[in-house]
Design a protein around this ligand. Sequence first.
Ligand SMILES: Nc1ncnc2c1ncn2[C@@H]1O[C@H](COP(=O)(O)OP(=O)(O)O)[C@@H](O)[C@H]1O
Ligand SMILES: [Mg+2]
Length: 419
Amino acid sequence: MNVLVIGNGAREHAIIYKLAQSSLCEKIYCAKGNAGTLKLATNVDISPLDFEAIVEFCKQNSIEFVVVGPEEPLANGIVDYLNDFGISAFGPTKKAAMLESSKSFCKNLCKKYAIPTAAYEVFDNFDKAFEYIKDAKYPLVIKADGLAAGKGVVIAHEGKEALMHLQDCFNNKKFGQAGNRVVIEEFLEGEELSYMVFCDGENFVPMLASQDHKRVFDGDLGPNTGGMGAYAKAPIVNEIEDDCKRIIKQTIYALESEGIDYRGVLYAGLMVVDKKPYVLEYNCRFGDPETQVVLPLLKSDLLDIMIKCTNSNLNDYKIAFENRFAVSVVLASKGYPVSSEKDKPIFGLDDVGDALVFHAGTYKKDGKIFTNGGRVLNIVALDADFRKAIKKAYEAVGKVNFDGMHFRRDIGKKALKYL
Ligand SMILES: Nc1ncnc2c1ncn2[C@@H]1O[C@H](COP(=O)(O)OP(=O)(O)O)[C@@H](O)[C@H]1O
Ligand SMILES: [Mg+2]
């Protein structure tokens, strides 16, 4: 069948890389894609939020299946929209995507169904929230309720920081509608873990647990980014995998009980505190950059799994992953995450040997590849030995270069203590 993948990043490149290996897959299109997706798919210049144009394109190109990468089109109801036109799509409906698009919905669901999560309060106006932060215990975590492209959460160490974020949400409207409500929650100290599963509304199949590196500098310092690297399988999961599965089971039960049929990737962002996982949030799609380390290790047919999720017949599915580790290093542009340069030629992409290169912000012009935003490339290496995977990833990174390029030098280091 012909497939359309929605999105522009390295996550979508990794999805396309895997779909291209499927015996069920004929032609792949990507809206809008980048210089990497171009090699395996036909890029089409349609915005992921232009549902009308997407339907039109699907009809004209006999596309039977649409895979949605990012959260925004899901939260806006792209799956419902496509389904209304008889087009099958991988991902949750608008209602189900609320698990990600509303932090208060997520927290209230956790509370109602006793899913472990940090204690919290929800506020719909500045005055009440301000009252609360006056005599609260710090640090405190303050979250804009809606989608905020990873910028809506602040860990406040004192009243002044909390006040500033409340003002940004309610008064300065920094996040638009997304900041009209906030969740204020208890700060949990521990290690984060990304636990993604495929879900068909009733059954689920886990992927390998992974870990992201959110901060821009080594040692988890500096401002938050979209993610500077990842690795899988994260060994921290080994002792707590049953608890992670229980959380997913409880979540699906909770959703079903609320009349929500959740199909697609269910991603639990967990904080492991004293060997117990707590839900920080859910995402309603594949993680970026986690997907770039999880999918290269997948042995099963990705398109087959996605179709089974969408048709609700994942029951008893036996998923297979390679018995190796994957490490991914993100190469970013000068100034990222505060600002970012563009249009710098990229060198060395053909010299990386066995390593995989997933493109994020890139474009091709006159046969050359140029940077096109903050996160530019993901360099991924696989090996049965975790340390060797790290070494191979950095050897490949050493071959690639563009003006102003920077990256973290400690991706995967956190995992070594568990090995
Ligand atoms: N209760 C919490 N305790 C400690 N850290 C938290 C808590 N909630 C969120 N964080 C931190 O903030 C980051 C962003 O929060 P998250 O809920 O994942 O929002 P989003 O990914 O939508 O920005 C998390 O990855 C985690 O590092
Ligand atoms: Mg998050």
